[in-house]
Write a protein that binds this ligand. Structure first.
Ligand code: F0G
Length: 483
């Protein structure tokens, strides 16, 4: 199946299956002002003000464009604290799309993870997973547990043609269970569209193997479906068995393999919110009473009813192939063009965003100089584009304070769905190429303020030399008066 459109030059381009009806103005500051904004943000892209950002590629979380149907649904929200019709509509959508009877609302993905950790993780627990996500790991550690990641070597290889880098390493999973004993393992977690290795999917064949192991040992299987749209896109386009299946059927197949599914609706539903769904009454009851304690009553879970309505519509739209293919096809367009120029970028192209390999980009920097953080800062200075560091800065230190170098050092340039155009993508490509040509100018970063947990959110850093000023001078030399 061709997912892009062929034009007369022989080139393939992604084609939008929607039109833009509401727009938001953008600013592109002069490069000197971008440097100033980066300095004020402590070289942490989370601390930039959006008014200073041209393309906000920090995340797709809560920044996907909503559909007209979603916006319209928000007008009919039912405000009741208990038994709201909005919640009933969401519950019906969850049952229809995910195939689950029980649903617990939570205000976002990490709130769902908090409930899971509180309900199932105790001191000394071990939670095996294909790969961690930052909030998942932090919450499991906070509950006294530990995360073990079991991926195949290919997951940390930058360049690869492996279609499913997010697969769980089955042999290592079994060894972990045998070694620790079933009683230490509250659940096994699979993350769809594995975020931190570059939005890479797992195959349904692999998920079935994980299910078999969980069945054999009687351990619940938890599936994080926050990024499942992209995973499904790749199940459909890369896994023979699913090429003629509708996304709705693929999603049901995935959910049926898990005991619990949970999600950030900020991602999967192009809305806000989150939730936990299951068909297992026992597991549901273990979590249920924590919702009113930490989130809100069972029929709103910390969300506004408008968000709940948008979630219900967004969940159904998450099975529309024209919607879910949008960002993977833009990502493919950019990644293939960068790769052809020899620029180190994660391949094959994944979901969520284009991921530049900062170790390959800046081999002169060690992990302790935070290459992904430095490249993120340089990207903003060069282009006004805000990406996200997904490398050592995003890691937690070990409990004894030791710095843990990340498996991969990535600058993530997220493509929120239906937000950016092809000309913006071409501008981005050009500025990445310029950075690549001038990579020797980019130096390292060091922490000047380091919070003890999830330090990447609010930590402040500084350059280890005057490299940002040199980068700005080179920009002026090459681009003259241009922004
Ligand atoms: N699971 C995955 C796979 C995620 O990507 C995220 C969030 C969460 C859970 C937590 O959800 O943000 O609603 O609390 N990822 C965002 C990102 C933050 O930018 O990748 P949340």
């Amino acid at each position: 199946m061709s997912n892009q459109i062929k034009i007369s030059t022989g080139e393939f381009i992604p084609l939008e299956m929607h039109k833009v009806r509401i727009v938001q103005k953008l600013n592109l500051l002069p490069v000197e002002e971008r440097l100033k904004a980066m300095e004020e943000a402590g070289y942490n892209s989370f601390l930039l003000n959006n008014r200073d950002v041209y393309m906000d590629m920090l995340t797709d979380s809560g920044t996907n464009a909503m559909s007209d149907q979603q916006l319209a649904s928000m007008m009919i929200a039912d405000d009741a604290y208990a038994g709201s019709e909005s919640f009933n509509r969401l519950k019906a959508a969850v049952e229809e799309v995910l195939g689950t009877k029980y649903f617990l609302p939570a205000h976002q993905g990490r709130a769902a993870e908090h409930i899971l950790a509180k309900a199932f993780v105790t001191e000394g627990s071990v939670v095996p997973m294909n790969f961690h996500f930052t909030t998942t790991k932090a919450l499991i550690m906070y509950a006294g547990g530990r995360v073990e990641e079991f991926f195949y070597d290919v997951a940390s290889q930058v360049k690869s043609e492996h279609p499913f880098k997010g697969n769980m390493n089955i042999e290592k999973l079994v060894a972990c269970i045998e070694e620790n004993g079933v009683e230490k393992i509250p659940f096994v977690r699979m993350e769809a569209g594995t975020n931190l290795i570059g939005g890479q999917p797992f195959s349904i064949a692999n998920m079935r193997e994980v299910r078999k192991v969980c069945d054999k040992y009687g351990i619940p299987l938890v599936l994080d479906i926050s990024l499942v749209c992209e995973n499904m896109y790749f199940n459909k386009t890369r896994e023979e068995e699913f090429k003629d299946k509708e996304p709705a059927e693929i999603l049901r197949t995935l959910c049926d393999l898990a005991d619990i599914v949970y999600f950030s609706a900020r991602k999967i539903c192009c809305s806000r919110g989150g939730g936990i769904a299951t068909n297992n009454e026992k597991l549901y009851l273990k979590m249920r009473d924590l919702i009113p304690l930490f989130e809100g009553f069972l029929t709103y879970g910390g969300m506004s009813v408008r968000e709940i309505e948008a979630m219900a519509v967004g969940l159904r739209e998450a099975t529309d192939f024209n919607m879910i293919r949008h960002s993977p096809e833009f990502i493919k367009y950019l990644v293939e063009r960068l790769d052809a120029k020899g620029i180190p970028v994660i391949t094959p192209p994944g979901g969520l965003g284009a991921h530049l390999d900062a170790r390959g980009f800046l081999p002169h920097l060690s992990s302790h100089e935070y290459p992904a953080g430095a490249l993120t800062a340089a990207m903003y200075i060069a282009a006004g584009v805000r990406g996200m560091e997904r490398g050592t800065v995003s890691m937690e230190r070990d409990p004894d304070g030791t710095e843990v170098p990340a498996e991969v050092e990535l600058l993530r340039l997220a493509f929120p769905r239906r937000v950016f155009t092809l000309s913006q993508t071409k501008y981005l490509e050009d500025r990445i190429e310029w950075l690549w040509k001038n990579r020797n100018l980019i130096g390292g970063l060091k922490f000047v303020e380091e919070p003890p947990v999830l330090r990447f959110f609010v930590g402040r850093l500084a350059p280890t030399s005057d490299w940002p000023q040199k980068l700005v001078a080179k920009f002026r030399e090459d681009f003259g008066d241009s922004l």
